[in-house]
Design a protein around this ligand. Sequence first.
Ligand code: FAD
Length: 429
Amino acid sequence: MLDIAIIGAGPAGLATALRLHQKGFRPKIYEAAPELKPLGVGIDIKVYGTKEVTELGLLEEFQKISVEAKDSIFYTGYGQEIFAEKCGKHIGYDHEQRFVHRGRFQFMLLDAVKQRLGEESITLGARCKSFAQDADGVTITFEDGTTARHDVLLGIDGIHSVVKKQLHPEATRTHYSGVAMYRGVTVMPAYGNGGMILHIGDPIRQGSLIVYPIANDEDENGNQLINWVCEQQGKPKGLEDWNVRVSPDEIAHVFDDVSLDFLDVNAMIRNAREVYVYPLIDNDPLDQWSFGRVSLVGDAAHAMYPRGGNGVCQALVDARVVADKLATIADPVEALKAYEAERREFVNRLVIANRGEGPEVIRRMVEERSGGQPFDHIDNVIPRQEVEDLFMEYHRKAGMKRPDDAKTALKEVFTEDNSRRVAAKADIR
Ligand SMILES: Cc1cc2nc3c(=O)[nH]c(=O)nc-3n(C[C@H](O)[C@H](O)[C@H](O)COP(=O)(O)OP(=O)(O)OC[C@H]3O[C@@H](n4cnc5c(N)ncnc54)[C@H](O)[C@@H]3O)c2cc1C
């Protein structure tokens, strides 16, 4: 049985350890942090991510710490509704879409690793500095000068991966979008039906605000933990740390014009428990992940804009595929090549697609066509069929279901319910 080393105990490293364990391996995880803390704010686990969590045997635990997504609604900067659609099982997928706190999701995986592989499977305070491989194995050197020898090394050490830097000294440039993300969480009463993701504002005049709940019963009053992300153009680059805190006052004023009858956006931002600023960055797609007995998984392989949950969900898929190949192909070098062959091109396309606006483009289109003014009726600004075609295409590109099935499933929803805008509104009130 191969002796496998994992560098990094983020969501991807832990999920990979669990997948390898399901295949009978006993991997060893090396994590740089001397102590793991549940850091970060919200992540959006798409239907295909929930499928992976289910296969890890963790659906029940996941449901306890997360919130089911029911509706996704788009608003202009004045709070006028543009479009609404159902999410997850409510639109005909086999799995739920759920929202969760990144740190709590990581700790759910960590607990499972400790239970299934034992506490001793994780070494904390072990920062990988470099590695050297030969025909029989890989020797890892840590910052403190100690070394470890394994048959295979998986670099799962995030966007600033040292394993990636050693494999690709020239090609790990950070791609900066020119946009800063303010990411905050606020403890407050649930809005609407308690499972809505709101896409508010126009990207031209005002900037974008995305809001969704990530935990129920956050306090003794039954409040939810609400996650919000505000994107603003033209902020300086250079802050590439997930943990830079700022005051909510920096951005609360941006949404003064927004008027929603079921959510006080301004109060939500001002009352935030914590706010972080992070540049919208990714890495250019890599032309190779696997080099002999070493390969890359998760953000180390394909850091993409942290929009829409694809980063973490794709990492969960990586975890399954790499474990499967190592279990079924006897030669680890061939197994890692097969893993890359199945994953790299598909994910690279997603990295590039993620740089576009995805379905969020609808808000820009409405802003441009309405001249940035409030409208009388949305149908006078953009024909409904055009919007539905746009969303259909987005679902297809995200690969969340086989295109033919997805098309049929969506079509049924569209014909049975002529106006989901009305349906979603009915849910709110
Ligand atoms: C502190 C933090 C907060 C985040 N918050 C959010 C968020 O709010 N929303 C969002 O969408 N995404 C967030 N992310 C990114 C998100 O976790 C990833 O995009 C996704 O989950 C894929 O995870 P990953 O395990 O590949 O990478 P990461 O989550 O980045 O995990 C990488 C792990 O590797 C460890 N590591 C790094 N270098 C070394 C080394 N040399 N040796 C050993 N270990 C090393 C890190 O300490 C970390 O634990 C955050 C990441 C971090 C690190």
